[in-house]
Design a protein around this ligand. Structure first.
Ligand code: SF4
Ligand code: SF4
Length: 436
């Protein structure tokens, strides 16, 4: 694609990066077929190619964002299916991240939208606040219908409906600690216990620690861990996202330079995609660029790390039929497609892959709250495809997908690592009930 940025514009390294991305696009449109918003809405402006044109026009003309571009960029799930499909290697993720930051800096959103986004950014990354908000949501849930009837408050209704009816107790695993390996030590890793996931489903980190220590891996939860920055980063809040990223780089750098670690283990693939991009996000910060790149280089999804170990034969063969849902951040963001399925198969599960596996379930961070209607259409399409496999349960590697699919399917939805821990001698995941 030809661009006409001036030399003065290209002096801004963010613009220069976006220009090099834009130049790779050959407008072929292959990406439209796999874009969930284009497939759902049928509007070229809600396709990757349409958004690329809109972003190009905004940046090239040095314009502030307007309501039209905000509408179409906001509707993007950042699922990155377009990056998997694109034959020209267009790095849509970095382009849309830049566009979101530009929108945040140049566009004044309507009052309720601003309030809502500020509330999400102030609550979700902080487990204590998030836990309190979920308790409040129980009180507010009976009013969800009322909120839904008032257009600007629809996202509040979506939040109330997504909030679980009961919140698990906080787990000690989320606290800073060193978990000793069983037997001879074969590795040492730092575990990101996360923010939203540690509140909604602490059993995931518990299963991770049990499985890794059973396999002889020492697990450290370092002091000072907090949100990785993914939530606010995807809302275009660049400075807040970078501040959270810097905190995590500091935390892990201390651990790397004192105890030494083989990997940083992440159990939410959305977070993993962001942390693997820290090297890029902090490339312009001389104090952090090198450390951030090192952190990104050490980051592994739990299934990616387990696949690098020589796992013993499973302790039990549950023999259950599992539909594996590959989160977008897992398959498109981190390109991890083989490992989770192979691990489940080796552990004795009969793994089925739903049709249209490349399409997002509509969760996408805060998307299912901010764009509930599109999100629910995608969720229902996903659940139909999953249930058509005839599986008894669903496995996936991202808390957002677990909540989203679990909210609409009668099937239990669990994290892949919970099934692996069970097969290798851990307790049965509570969500499975009488299954197995
Ligand atoms: S990230 Fe997903 S929703 Fe956004 S343009 Fe690409 S395919 Fe479409
Ligand atoms: S597939 Fe790639 S090159 Fe083709 S229109 Fe989409 S982003 Fe551009």
């Amino acid at each position: 694609m030809q661009t006409t940025f001036s030399l003065a514009q290209l002096a801004d390294p963010h613009v220069a990066e976006s220009e090099s991305i834009l130049r790779k696009c050959v407008h072929c449109g292959f990406c439209t077929a796999t874009c969930p918003t284009y497939v759902t809405l049928g509007n070229e402006l809600d396709s990757p190619r349409g958004r690329i044109y809109l972003i190009k026009d905004m940046l090239e003309n040095g314009r502030p964002a307007d309501s039209e571009i905000v509408k179409h960029v906001d509707r993007c799930l950042s699922c990155l299916a377009c990056m998997t499909t694109c034959p020209s290697g267009v790095h849509y993720m970095h382009l849309v991240d830049h566009a979101r930051a530009h929108i945040e800096n140049t566009y004044r959103r309507p009052f309720f939208d601003r309030l809502l986004r500020s509330t999400l950014a102030a609550v979700l990354p902080y487990p204590g606040r998030f836990r309190a908000a979920l308790t409040l949501a129980k009180v507010g849930r009976p009013f969800a219908g009322l909120f839904r009837a008032i257009r600007p408050l629809k996202p509040v209704a979506a939040m109330l409906e997504l909030a679980p009816t009961s919140v698990p107790k906080a787990s000690p695993v989320s606290q800073p600690a060193r978990h000793a390996p069983q037997g001879e030590r074969r590795g040492r890793v730092a575990l990101l216990t996360g923010c939203v996931q540690s509140v909604l489903d602490p059993a995931i980190n518990e299963a991770t620690v049990r499985l890794l220590t059973r396999l002889g891996v020492e697990v450290v939860v370092p002091q000072g861990e907090a949100c990785c920055g993914s939530i606010v980063h995807h809302m275009g809040r660049e400075e807040a996202g970078l501040a959270q990223a810097r905190n995590m780089v500091d935390v892990w750098t201390r651990e790397i330079e004192t105890g030494g670690i083989d990997a940083i283990i992440v159990t939410a693939s959305g977070c993993g995609t962001t942390i693997k991009d820290y090297g890029f996000m902090l490339r312009l910060d001389p104090a952090y660029a090198e450390k951030a790149a090192r952190v990104s280089g050490l980051t592994r999804d739990i299934t990616e790390y387990l696949a690098s170990l020589d796992l013993p034969a499973p302790a039990r063969q549950p023999g259950l039929v599992v539909a594996y849902h590959s989160a977008c951040s897992m398959q498109h963001g981190q390109k991890l497609t083989r490992q989770p399925k192979e691990l489940l198969k080796k552990a004795g599960f009969d793994v089925r892959e739903p049709r249209e596996g490349h399409l997002c379930c509509g969760s996408a961070g805060t998307y299912n709250m901010l764009h509930a209607e599109i999100s629910q259409q995608l969720r229902d399409r996903k659940v139909t495809n999953i249930e058509a496999t005839g599986a008894a349960l669903v496995a996936t590697g991202n808390i957002g997908c677990i909540t989203q699919i679990g909210g609409a399917s009668a099937l239990p939805v669990v994290h892949t690592v919970e099934l692996l821990d069970w097969a290798h001698g851990g307790p049965k995941p509570a969500a499975l009930g009488a299954l197995g």
